[in-house]
Design a binder for this molecule. Structure first.
Ligand code: HEM
Ligand code: SF4
Ligand code: SF4
Length: 519
């Protein structure tokens, strides 16, 4: 088993109990990006509040932090602790989010954009934190200032060594300190810009956790802040170097290494890390599946595919073929990951069509609807009654391995609801199981949600009323939940075997005669 598979299965195992504790929507592991955004806003709000009390001059900075922490501990001290702990949590969330996106393979090929824009985010988060520590102007700040400036001086950018500012009490100018204050505001603003760019190729990216999870997280941070208020170390004294300082391991965890290793090694390491991170989406290079293709003869410009595509790969443009519709869909092949979700949302995607070749408004060249229709017909031949269950499976979930009676899809939302109807009404199976990936987070972001809404008839294309719901099973299960899948399938097979025969079924042979379907 490769590192990625092991890690992916590890995440899945850890996240399953959290599903039971929080529910799939509130699962913190499925909310790492949204929680990171929340942390950013908490840090911003508390930072603005702290500035009311903070003296930005080098002489009084320490006293003002001491005063706000001790005299005004209930609000300003709390804001300071929240500022600190939310920053720490942001670092932790960001790193786990990054590793998880890697493990779940959501960064390669056409999905490179969020990864690449995430790399500068890492640096901006660290720089924001480091400049913040500097401002308190206690012994830790002094240590951070000296270590950082010595590291920066190893670069050939500065005419004069900036570490000189910290040689003696007289050498530190108020202006230099003001520059640090400015940087501590400017860098987080750049971070915000980068975070915004980070989600630009994601349709309706979620930037807020569910309200309940936000309240819980904030409450936990407040409790930690009261239980362990952020400490202040002794005042900075440039006449002597602090012998021991308490470190914040989240933001300053690498500082002991910087102390030990020559700056050239640190910079080379940082550069290599950054280059490697930028290269990862193409290491190793892989051949992406062909992008979705629009067939204008079957496109009425309804915009459903544009709304449903998770990766902003579809735009609506003025009609180009003279058909009496104002718009048509246009696919950006650079953004299309071939998830097939658009095919599932197009009103022309109906396997029932009998006249002419089966083409839809938007189709996957590598896996067109016509082929999918053939695949379900072929899968049906492998099933034997009673209780024949056909599984339409997500290739990232528990049912990803090929098996008889199973059709594996890049995303279950690729299957239009009319396909479930087709399977049941043409007697290809007695029941259909839609086996998606883990409910807490769909590999293609919204496939599970769209599927549920289509079946519940709250999102187009609606599942027809005539489809008996007791012959449909939706099961959301991650890669380590094979046993749950098998159990659910066995139970479902028994249930459908016990049902009254389905009325109005007709065979594919009857279809071939051209006789109208009376239903
Ligand atoms: C402050 C730090 C970060 C924040 C706030 C953040 C936030 C987000 C959000 C909100 C999403 C979209 C979730 C959705 O609606 O599907 C996302 C996706 C993603 N992020 Fe981040 N992120 C951060 C850092 C990073 C870093 C450091 C990396 C990696 C270098 C990264 C890589 C990704 C990837 C690969 C995706 C998935 C894109 C896709 O689905 O195609 N993120 N992030
Ligand atoms: S297959 Fe369709 S839904 Fe999926 S990324 Fe491509 S255009 Fe978007
Ligand atoms: S869903 Fe189909 S019909 Fe509607 S705009 Fe997209 S391709 Fe055209």
């Amino acid at each position: 088993m490769g590192v990625r598979t092991a890690l992916k299965r590890g995440f899945d195992r850890v996240e399953r109990p959290l599903d039971r504790l929080f529910g799939p929507d509130w699962n913190p592991m499925a909310n790492l990006g949204t929680l990171s955004w929340l942390m950013f806003w908490i840090v911003t709000a508390t930072g603005i509040y702290l500035f009311i009390f903070f003296d930005t001059g080098v002489v009084n900075a320490y006293q003002s932090v001491k005063w706000l922490s001790e005299t005004h501990w209930l609000h300003a001290g709390l804001a300071r602790s929240l500022h600190r702990y939310a920053s720490d949590f942001l670092v932790l969330l960001m790193l786990v989010h990054m590793v998880r996106e890697w493990a779940f393979d959501r960064y390669r090929g056409k999905r490179w954009f969020s990864w690449i824009t995430g790399v500068p985010v890492i640096w901006f988060v660290y720089m924001s934190g480091i400049t913040g520590y500097w401002l308190v102007w206690d012994e830790l700040a002094q240590y951070v200032a000296l270590t950082t400036t010595e590291l920066l001086d190893a670069l050939p950018f500065f005419a004069e060594p900036i570490a000189r500012n910290f040689l003696t009490p007289a050498s530190l100018s108020g202006r230099f300190f003001t520059l640090m204050v400015f940087l501590h505001i400017a860098i987080p603003l750049l971070l915000l810009l980068m975070m915004w760019i980070h989600i630009q190729r994601i349709t309706a990216a979620r930037t807020m956790p569910p309200r309940g999870l936000s309240v819980l997280t904030l409450a936990a941070l407040v409790i930690v802040s009261f239980a362990m208020p952020a400490v202040l170390q002794g005042p900075a004294d440039l006449a002597r170097f602090p012998s021991t300082v308490g470190l914040d391991w989240f933001i300053l965890g690498l500082y002991p290494v910087i102390d030990l290793v020559p700056p050239s090694v640190i910079w080379t390491g940082a550069l290599l890390f950054t280059v490697l991170m930028f290269g990862l989406p193409w290491l190793p290079p892989r051949k992406d599946k062909a992008a979705a293709e629009v067939f204008l003869d079957f496109c009425n410009g309804c915009t459903r595919c544009e709304a449903d595509c998770p990766y902003t790969a579809i735009t609506m443009v003025p009609r180009s073929d003279g058909a009496p519709f104002p718009q048509e869909a246009l696919v950006d092949p650079e953004r299309c990951v071939a998830c097939g979700i658009c095919m599932g949302s197009c009103p022309s995607s109906t396997p029932f069509r009998r006249s002419g070749p089966l083409i839809t408004g938007i189709d996957l060249p590598g896996r067109p609807l016509s082929k999918l229709r053939e695949e379900v017909i072929a899968a049906s031949a492998d099933l034997a009654g009673p209780g024949r269950v056909m599984t339409l499976a997500c290739e990232h979930g528990a049912a990803a391995a090929p098996e008889k009676g199973r059709v594996i899809l890049p995303c279950v939302a690729m299957a239009p609801p009319s396909l479930f109807d087709f399977i049941l009404s043409r007697d290809l199976a007695d029941g259909v199981c839609i086996a998606g990936c883990a409910e807490r987070e769909c590999h293609n972001r919204v496939g599970a949600q769209w599927t549920k809404e289509r079946i519940a008839r709250t999102r187009d294309p609606l599942l027809r009323e005539r489809v008996p719901r007791d012959r449909l099973l939706t099961l959301w299960a991650g890669p380590t939940e094979g046993a749950r899948l098998d159990e659910a399938l066995a139970g479902f097979s028994k249930d459908v075997a016990a049902l009254e025969p389905m009325p109005g079924k007709r065979s594919l042979e009857t279809d071939a005669t051209g006789e109208e379907d009376p239903r």
